[in-house]
Write a protein that binds this ligand. Structure first.
Ligand code: HAM
Length: 429
């Protein structure tokens, strides 16, 4: 039968056989970020469109071209989140989390939606892990946040990842920089794409991250923000770098990094790799000192980053990093006859109570087919239960790899005996 419909372009399924890969990296991210004091925040997948228009910025590619926006039956305009920062900031404000003391440290896993042209490493639905920290303007926080990202990459065994940092200043230095950009780009009015022409007056910095080849070529020689930083921003940037050096985190200053979202101020950074093709930015972030105010809150300097989980897994694959699949079947109980089935049903339950993955037949296979299946799922041990075993109340536990057999009693201590056996086996390894 033909499929009714296939998955939407730019989306991916994570199949049961592969989900351990996601769970592994997520576990590492949870543990590392917890060590840095971050607690998870969960926000809705859709928000009022205005939140992103105001937060991410009207003149960004994300808002102008890529958002999944629709009107609800109630006539509200809502948007599927294109990123996690705006929603988290909204929640912090709405629940007045700053009353609980600063800084507030939040982590998240979010699915994001951007109507971009799909290619390797660029999806329309993708997943991010992010950290956000609210209520500190101290450069030590910038360095600490970068260290948290670095720790995650280190624990995952990822190498060949460059950390590139820059400062894009505060509104004060930005104003001067905008003037310089305007006069530079004005020379190329005839060549810029239509979107960039409209950006020229409103937000010329956005021309720097336009994806059109003509605009990006022109942007190559544009003035650099680092030449326009005010003293405070320059000092902040210097200080971030000295903390990074103290932490032994390697980085390069890349004055062309401006990030594609409007909320950034001062420090911005990206972790970039060459091993997964054109979409090599695995993680991006920076400071956003004005965002909370822009959303209606008080002045609350903040910062954060997000890493793309799909890209991260691609990097790990390309670097041949093996991800352990812990959830292998420890025990398969094959059965002959209804009585044995009932006994096996009971035994696997007791084993599972120890959190051990155990299986028995639930599809009505014959004995041979059951053993074939046990082999296929990679069961470590198997047990065959028939009338004889039930009568004697013992059975032979077979190590599927070595063929070695051990007698085991089918009493109430069965699960415990089995567990001890597994533990002693792990100890041997
Ligand atoms: P972003 O650079 O737009 O920043 O996205 C962060 C990461 O998400 C990227 O480095 C990339 O790994 C991944 N990513 C972005 N777009 C796609 C896509 N179409 N397909 C696959 N992966 C993608 C942000 O979203 C900011 N909210 C980060 C941040 C948090 N800044 C401060 N706090």
């Amino acid at each position: 039968m033909a499929l009714i419909t296939k998955k939407i372009k730019g989306t991916e399924d994570v199949l049961p056989k592969d989900s351990y890969r996601w769970q592994f990296i997520e576990k590492v991210m949870r543990e590392e970020s917890a060590a840095y004091g971050f607690k998870e925040i969960r926000t809705p997948v859709f928000e009022h469109t205005e939140l992103f228009a105001r937060g991410v910025g009207q003149t960004t590619d994300v808002v102008q071209k890529e958002m999944y926006t629709f009107d609800t039956k109630g006539g509200e305009s809502v948007t599927l989140r294109p990123e996690g920062t705006a929603g988290a900031a909204r929640a912090v404000l709405e629940h007045a989390l700053d009353n609980e003391g600063l800084p507030i440290k939040a982590s998240y896993f979010v699915s994001c939606y951007r109507y971009e042209k799909p290619q390797a490493g660029r999806l329309r639905e993708f997943h991010q892990f992010g950290l956000e920290e609210y209520g500190t303007q101290d450069p030590i926080a910038d360095a600490e946040l970068i260290c948290a990202a670095q720790s995650i990459f280190d624990r995952l065994g990822i190498t060949q990842l460059r950390l590139e940092i820059n400062s894009i200043g505060c509104p004060e230095c930005r104003a001067k920089y905008h003037e310089a950009l305007k006069s530079y780009f004005a020379e190329y009015k005839g060549e810029l794409c239509e979107t960039c022409l409209s950006r020229l007056e409103k937000n010329p910095m956005r021309i720097l991250d336009c994806k059109s080849p003509v605009c990006s070529k022109i942007a190559e020689n544009a003035p650099k923000i680092t030449d326009y930083l005010c003293e405070e921003c320059e000092q902040h940037f210097e200080s971030v770098q000295s903390y990074l050096r103290a932490a032994g985190v390697e980085y390069t200053v890349n004055p062309t990094i401006v990030r594609g979202l409007d909320y950034y101020t001062k420090t911005v950074f990206e972790f970039v790799t060459d091993c997964i093709g054109a979409q090599g930015t695995v993680c991006g972030g920076g400071r956003y000192d004005g965002l909370i105010e822009q959303l209606g809150g008080r002045h609350m300097p903040s910062l954060g980053f997000a890493m793309g989980l799909e890209r991260l897994l691609m990097v790990m694959d390309s670097q041949g990093i093996e991800i352990p699949d812990d959830n292998t079947c420890r025990l398969y109980i094959a059965t002959m006859g209804e009585k044995a089935r009932l006994k096996a049903f009971e035994l696997v339950r007791t084993v599972r109570e120890y959190g051990i993955f155990a299986e028995t037949d639930v599809v009505g296979r014959g004995l041979r087919a059951q053993m074939k299946y046990a082999d296929k799922i990679g069961a470590e041990f198997s047990l065959v239960l028939g009338d004889n075993e039930l009568e004697q109340n013992t059975a032979k536990l077979k190590n599927m790899q070595t063929g070695e057999q051990t007698e085991i009693t089918l009493d109430e201590d069965f699960a415990e005996s089995f567990m001890k056996l597994i533990i002693s086996r792990i100890a041997e390894i």
